[in-house]
Design a protein around this ligand. Structure first.
Ligand code: XMP
Length: 191
């Protein structure tokens, strides 16, 4: 079976993604006109999205990264490890926090808190995909690309077990791929 045969159906094609990112970049350009701001990309999932997005925002900005990875330690259902490369990229800045997908909302809530703790002046959030059906904490993204149904999706930076990030579109993975990996829903660790 080839890599692409693992995809049940395409949800957002390359062309649809391109068109939506153009609109989103326009919204962000208007929102941040005359403001000095820092885009903080959450690794690894948002790397493809952020690379396309910032190249369509024709105003000054800085780029920083944060790594967030979840793990299960046997006691808690899921915990989040967060690594900031350096604190002084955040202090006093207007931050646009960019992630691949807003699911339960726990990751962005925690990162938002950490960025405010590091002295950001303002934090807004931008997500490529929003899965509102799965929300566990009350959090809404300030900017978002597409709403997506409650399916496990891959491509355009999103992975299952580390793969599929390099697909240029977003697709739903076949159930048989989860089963082969011994994971019914495909709740892969993030990052
Ligand atoms: P929360 O639940 O904290 O999670 O909002 C956000 C992170 O969970 C991962 N995630 C997914 N990854 N396909 C993926 O490849 C999905 O459908 C999916 N849903 C959640 C992702 O890492 C995201 O940043």
């Amino acid at each position: 079976m080839t890599f692409e045969a693992d995809i049940e159906r395409v949800l957002f094609s390359e062309n649809e993604i391109r068109a939506r990112i153009d609109q989103l970049a326009g919204e962000l350009t208007r929102a941040y006109a005359d403001r000095d701001f820092t885009v903080v990309s959450v690794l690894k999932g948002s790397c493809v999205f952020v690379a396309d997005l910032i190249r369509r925002i024709p105003i000054p900005l800085e780029l920083a990264f944060v790594a967030a990875s979840s793990y299960r330690d046997g006691t808690q259902p899921e915990a989040l490890d967060v690594i900031f490369p350096s604190g002084n990229e955040i202090q006093g800045r207007d931050v646009l926090l960019v992630d691949d997908i807003l699911d339960t909302g726990r990751t962005l809530k925690r990162l938002r808190y950490e960025i405010i703790e590091r002295g950001a002046r303002e934090v807004k959030t931008c997500v490529f995909l929003d899965k509102p059906a799965r929300r566990a904490v009350p959090l809404q993204a300030d900017f978002r690309g597409f709403d997506v149904e409650d399916l496990f999706v891959v491509g355009y930076g999103l992975d299952f077990a580390g793969r599929y990030r390099n697909l240029p579109y977003v697709g739903a993975l076949r159930e048989s791929v989860f089963q082969a990996a011994g994971d019914r829903r495909g709740a892969a660790p993030r990052a």
